[in-house]
Design a protein around this ligand. Structure first.
Ligand code: CTP
Length: 417
C-alpha cells in the first residue's frame, strides 16, 4: 500500500495531522494514528474519528498540541487519555501507548505504559490493530505487526490471539458488526474461538451495559438486518439476556419504513437504535424485557418506552377506532415518549392511523391553553373539578380550535353554568 495513504484524509484533517506530527517531533515523542481510522483509510471509507497513540505521556503531549491548535482539552487522568475538541465539533483523542494484561477473563485489564506494538497487540482484530506513524521523518509509515493489511485484502476478521474473546466477550458483537459492515468473513479459527466463548455462559464478568453498548452500535449500522441475522445464527443474542429471542419479523417492517419516517420528521440518529430496539423487544416475554432493561443505565424516560414495547399493538388498535376524535388521539399519544410515536409510525401502514399520528406530531401535541387553574377557580370551580374543566377545554381546543383566551373563558363558563 502506498505512502500517500494520509492524503486520503479530508484536507482539514490532513493539515491537522501534519501539525500534530510536527508537534510530536518538537516534543521528541512518537505519535501514531491507530485503530479504526487506519483501517478505514485503507478501505477508503470516511472516518472522522482521529485516534492518536503516543509512545510516552499522551496527556502532556495533548496539552502541547492543544496549545498549538489553540483548542480546549479534556483530560482523563485515570485513563492516561485526553481529548481536544475543535471548534467544528471534531474530537481528537490521544492515548498513551499501553500494554494490557487480564488478571481474569472479562475483568478490566491491568494497564502499563508500553510501545505501539504492545498497544496494538491489546486490540480486538488484526484489521483494527494497525498504526500510521505521523512524525515527519516517518510520515505515513505503516505499523502492522499482525498482518492487518493482509487480512483487509482477504476480507477477514481475525483475532490476534486465542484468548481475545475470553479477555473481552463484547468482541463477539464487534466481530459480527465489522464482518457485516465490510462484507468480510470471520476467519475459521476466530469463529471457532467465538463459538467456544459463546457456548460457555458462566464465569463472565462483562457487564450487561458493555454488551448493550456494542449492541446499540449494531442497531446503528446501515446493514442492521444482516448483522442481526448473523447474531441469531450464532445465538449471540444470549449475551444480552439468556432468554432474549431475536425475532426479526417486526424489525424488518419497521426498518423498511424508518428511513422515510426519519426524513419526513427530521429525526436524529438516536431515534434509530431506540426504534429498532422497540421492534426487537416487541414479542419478548414481559419478564425478559424487565430483566434485560434492569441492569442498563437508561433514562427513566427510555426505560419506560422500552418497557412498553409490547403495548404497541394496543396503542395502534386504539388509534384505529373510527370514532376517535383528535383529542382522543391526543389522550392515547400524549403520555408516550416521542420515540414511541415514531415507532408506531414505522409499525403501521394504515393510512388513517398514519394521518392521526402525523396530526398529533405536527400540531396537536403542542396545543396548550391560555387559561390556567387559577382562571378556572376564579370562575367558581374547586378541587378535582378544576383539572376536569381544564382537560375538557384542552380537548375542545384540539377538536374545534378555541382561538383566543376569551373563547377559552367562554367555554369554561358554559361548562360551569
Ligand atoms: N478496541 C478493541 N476492543 C474493544 C473495543 C475497541 O480492541 N472491545 C480497539 C480497536 O482497535 C478499535 C479501537 O479500539 O479499532 C477503537 O474502538 P471503536 O471506536 O469502538 O471502534 P472503531 O474501530 O473505531 O469502529 P467504528 O468505526 O465503529 O467507530
Amino acid at each position: 500500500m502506498n505512502s500517500n495513504i494520509l492524503k486520503q484524509l479530508p484536507q482539514n484533517s490532513y493539515t491537522l495531522v501534519r501539525r500534530i506530527g510536527e508537534a510530536a517531533d518538537a516534543q521528541g515523542v512518537s505519535v501514531y494514528l491507530a485503530g479504526g481510522v487506519v483501517r478505514d483509510l485503507f478501505l477508503k471509507r470516511d472516518n472522522l474519528d482521529l485516534d492518536f497513540v503516543v509512545e510516552g505521556d499522551a496527556i502532556a503531549f495533548a496539552r502541547k498540541a492543544a496549545g498549538i491548535l489553540k483548542a480546549p482539552i479534556k483530560v482523563y487522568k485515570d485513563f492516561g487519555t485526553a481529548t481536544i475538541v475543535l471548534t467544528d465539533g471534531r474530537a481528537l483523542d490521544f492515548a498513551t501507548a499501553r500494554e494490557e494484561t487480564y488478571a481474569a477473563p472479562g475483568r478490566l485489564p491491568e494497564v502499563r505504559r508500553g510501545s505501539i506494538h504492545e498497544d496494538l497487540f491489546r486490540r480486538d482484530f488484526t484489521v483494527n490493530a494497525m498504526g500510521l506513524w505521523i512524525n515527519q521523518s516517518r510520515w505515513a509509515q505503516v505499523v502492522d505487526p499482525f498482518g492487518g493489511l493482509k487480512d483487509l485484502r482477504a476480507k477477514t476478521i481475525r483475532v490476534l490471539h486465542e484468548t481475545s474473546f475470553e479477555d473481552d466477550a463484547t468482541r463477539i458483537l464487534r466481530a459480527i458488526r465489522f464482518e457485516q459492515r465490510f462484507g468480510f468473513r470471520i476467519e475459521p479459527q476466530t469463529l471457532k474461538l467465538l463459538k467456544r466463548r459463546l457456548a460457555r455462559r458462566s464465569g463472565d464478568h462483562v457487564s450487561a451495559q458493555r454488551f448493550f453498548n456494542e449492541f446499540k452500535k449494531i442497531l446503528m449500522e446501515e446493514k442492521v438486518l444482516p448483522a442481526l441475522k448473523r447474531m441469531k445464527q450464532l445465538r449471540a443474542e444470549k449475551l444480552l439476556h439468556p432468554d432474549f429471542v431475536l425475532n426479526l419479523k417486526v424489525l424488518k417492517t419497521v426498518q423498511s419504513r424508518f428511513d422515510s419516517v426519519k426524513k419526513k420528521y427530521d429525526l436524529s440518529n438516536d431515534h434509530r437504535w431506540k426504534v429498532f430496539l422497540m421492534a426487537l423487544l416487541e414479542g419478548q416475554r414481559e419478564e425478559t424485557i424487565a430483566a434485560f432493561l434492569k441492569p442498563l443505565s437508561l433514562t427513566a424516560h427510555d426505560c419506560k418506552s422500552f418497557a412498553q414495547a409490547n403495548s404497541a399493538i394496543d396503542f395502534l388498535s386504539k388509534l384505529c377506532k373510527n370514532s376517535l376524535s383528535p383529542s382522543g388521539v391526543y389522550g392515547v399519544l400524549k403520555p408516550l415518549a416521542p420515540e414511541q410515536c415514531i415507532y408506531l409510525l414505522c409499525r403501521t401502514s394504515r393510512a388513517q392511523v398514519l394521518r392521526r399520528l402525523d396530526r398529533f406530531l405536527k400540531k396537536d401535541q403542542f396545543v396548550t391553553l391560555a387559561i390556567d387553574g387559577n382562571d378556572v377557580r376564579a370562575l367558581g370551580a374547586t378541587g378535582a373539578k378544576i383539572g376536569e374543566v381544564l382537560k375538557k377545554t384542552l380537548d375542545c381546543k384540539i377538536d374545534t380550535g378555541l382561538k383566543s383566551k376569551q373563547q377559552e373563558f367562554n367555554f369554561v363558563r358554559g361548562l360551569l353554568s
